[in-house]
Design a protein around this ligand. Structure first.
Ligand SMILES: O=C(O)[C@H](O)COP(=O)(O)O
Length: 331
């Protein structure tokens, strides 16, 4: 089956436990089978999943240089990847998500469940290289980024950079190159904040639907160009979030840096709409779950979607799947 799948120019991912991985690997002729065998397990939770995922599309070479498989000539030197990874993650459940309140630009923290979601997300991305982190100016996205990074295998310290004034910049200076090397800059940006929900902020979503009608509230929440009362439409949110992404995030990817962006449902929907070239109709069905990391590979100016990492792979090639969230959207 693997040879047939590979012969039909499909990239095939076989996710199996490491001992099965080795047995399959010994039987396969790696030169003919464009097959990626990964052992999907969690570096932390210990649970392992068996499954076969056929993924067509280009093979990612974003491999952690620490674990590079030898190329058969005894050469273990890290292969410089011509690709960068981009991780997008919506914050974990917030205290107003739990109460089903419209949050928008109100700055509320995570719930304990949201903390757990951020930690779980960190386990799933703990082997994916990250050189710089972007968050919104809101605590729920910053908490998510920090908690996720606590799980990262490299154990680098994420440090929020302060450039709001010359004094803030000078007073937060790090005077050791080694320490800087062991840090990851976290850049906070209001442009990545959640869309401003106007007069809906603080209202209960169900009560609002009862009052204004389900269709009207769905249009406010999911349409591209209909703003909530005195709030931002997705289009208005995209004007700031996508512009910031292009001007500030993409240059890091172009320079070969690996980036994580922790933000919000709608600021990320606007960015994903841009990355996936979704129409204003298609974006209506795009829903993002809290705390689920999404991986893109940036190569030669293009973004290749890789879905949500199902877990760190011991073979350090990242098992990823296109995970659908019914109905219609994906996470
Ligand atoms: O701002 C909020 O209420 C949530 O973060 C997202 O809300 P939505 O799912 O209604 O867009």
């Amino acid at each position: 089956f693997l040879r047939m799948a590979a012969a039909t120019s499909h990239n095939v991912i076989v996710s199996a436990q490491s001992h099965r991985w080795n047995s399959k690997n010994s039987r396969l002729d790696r030169r003919t089978a464009n097959v990626r065998l990964v052992s999907v397990g969690s570096c932390c939770s210990g649970n392992r999943k068996l499954g076969l995922v056929c993924a067509s599309g280009s093979q990612s070479s974003v491999i952690d240089p620490v674990h590079l498989p030898s190329n058969g000539k005894g050469d273990h030197s890290p292969k410089k990847s011509s690709e960068s990874s981009l991780i997008l993650i919506r914050h974990g459940e917030s205290m107003w998500n739990e109460k089903n309140l419209f949050t928008g630009c109100v700055d509320v923290p995570l719930t304990p469940k949201g903390v757990d979601e951020a930690i779980e997300a960190g386990k799933r991305i703990c082997n994916i290289p990250i050189d710089v982190i972007f968050t919104s100016a809101m605590i729920r996205s910053q908490m998510t980024a920090m908690l996720a990074m606590m799980q990262h295998r490299r154990k680098k310290v994420p440090i929020i950079t302060h450039k709001e004034s010359e004094q803030a910049q000078s007073w937060s200076k790090i005077y050791s190159e080694d320490t800087k090397e062991q840090s990851i800059p976290v850049i906070t940006a209001w442009q990545l904040n959640e869309r401003m929900y106007g007069e809906l902020q603080g209202l209960n979503k169900q009560e609002t639907a009862d009052r204004f009608g389900k269709e009207q509230v769905h249009e406010w929440r999911r349409s591209y160009d209909t703003p909530p009362p005195n709030g931002e439409s997705l289009e208005m949110c995209a004007d700031r979030a996508v512009s910031y992404f292009k001007d500030q995030v993409v240059p890091h990817l172009t320079a070969g840096k690996h980036v994580m962006v922790a933000a919000h449902a709608n600021s990320l929907r606007s960015i994903i709409m841009h990355l996936d070239k979704l129409t204003s109709q298609e974006v209506i069905s795009l829903e993002l779950s809290t705390g689920i990391p999404m991986l893109y590979i940036f190569k030669e100016g293009e973004f290749i979607r890789r879905g949500s990492p199902v877990g760190p792979s011991e073979a350090s090639v990242y098992a990823y799947t296109r995970v659908y969230n019914c109905p219609g959207g994906w996470i």
